[in-house]
Design a protein around this ligand. Structure first.
Ligand code: ADE
Length: 243
């Protein structure tokens, strides 16, 4: 999978890509990520990337020309991308299903905005989609781009060592994750649930499924509509709603 990120803060983005799962995936060649400094695609002496908004109002707007030039550079040197994603709070909310879709896209460009936003013609002419990472406003698209790369990269086969760990993740079945414990079995008077020490794998699986379901019902009941539940889980839910 190939990703190109266009930003005015390349060091911030590189720092976020250097560690952990994504860092290892990059060094092992499982994902090819290039970070481009938008200022390198300006033609003026001061490398200006923003300008005042037409119609007036506060703040500055990112100029279109550097984005068009950066995209032209990427097409020439990295190939024609399959998707050009603009990060914006006005975009489609990123979900686990959205991350699974993007892992099937071989070459993605991520456009990071700053200031009041990016000139609308960039969205019209270059972007194939817009993504938001949540209903809050960040001061730029960089952290959102890192979130997208992280969520997608860990789904690339081989990137997360233990594939079962990805399969068991929160949201893989559309449910929140169950609680996790490690040693010691008792810590400051708090016990690990006995079933997890029992060695009964069937019982442990049941306990975890039920705990995941319970958490989801309590915290995010709206997720249940799209969750992949088995017959036991449906029965447990209907019993719970009657009690
Ligand atoms: N840029 C600023 N806020 C954002 C958000 N919530 N999601 C994606 N990009 C953004």
């Amino acid at each position: 999978m190939k990703v190109d990120i266009i930003t005015i803060f390349p060091r911030m983005v590189e720092a976020g890509l250097a560690e952990g799962v994504v860092g290892r995936a990059r060094t092992s060649g499982l994902i090819d990520i290039a970070v481009h400094n938008l200022r390198d695609f300006t033609t003026d002496k001061h490398h200006v990337v923003d300008d005042v908004p037409f119609g007036g109002g506060p703040g500055m707007v990112m100029k279109p020309e550097p984005f068009f030039a950066a995209l032209a550079h990427i097409r020439e040197h990295r190939g024609v991308p399959d998707a050009v994603v603009m990060l914006t709070p006005a975009g489609t909310p990123l979900t686990q299903a959205g991350a699974r879709r993007l892992v099937g896209v071989s070459h993605i460009v991520l456009l990071c905005g700053r200031y009041e936003g990016i000139d609308e013609r960039v969205r019209e002419a270059l972007a194939t989609e817009e993504l938001s990472i949540g209903d809050y406003v960040l001061s730029g698209g960089e952290i959102a781009a890192l979130a997208v790369v992280d969520a997608v990269a860990r789904l690339v086969p081989g990137v997360v060592g233990d594939e079962q760990s990805v399969d068991g993740d929160s949201f893989t079945r559309g449910l929140l994750d169950y609680p996790h414990y490690t040693r010691p079995a008792e810590y400051e008077g708090r016990q690990v649930p006995g079933v997890l020490l029992s060695g009964h794998h069937g019982e442990i699986r049941r306990w975890r499924r039920q705990a995941a379901l319970e958490r989801t019902v309590e915290r995010r009941p709206e997720l249940l509509a799209d969750a992949a539940l088995d017959a036991d889980e449906h029965e447990w839910l209907s019993k719970r709603s009657k009690s």
